[in-house]
Design a protein around this ligand. Sequence first.
Ligand SMILES: [Zn+2]
Length: 91
Amino acid sequence: MIQLTSADKLTNAINKARTVKPLVRVNAFGSYTVTNKATGATYAVECVKRDGSRFASCTCKAGERGQACYHIAAAVSAHIQLASERQAQTH
Ligand SMILES: [Zn+2]
């Protein structure tokens, strides 16, 4: 589980995600499947909010070591978009 403290931590991962352009599928709010279209590698990413902090986890090797990987970066950007759409619906 990685705490997403600031965008800085994700900068490298975001840049990699922009290059790789993985496919992000939404399973449920906070649960995503990220696929590298070139290799077919698929990982599960979870985003949770706890005590006002955001956390994310990924099933890839980097994610299991607690590193911010591009799967998390890709899923988090989808998650943020989804969260803002949800908020727009309730207001
Ligand atoms: Zn990953």
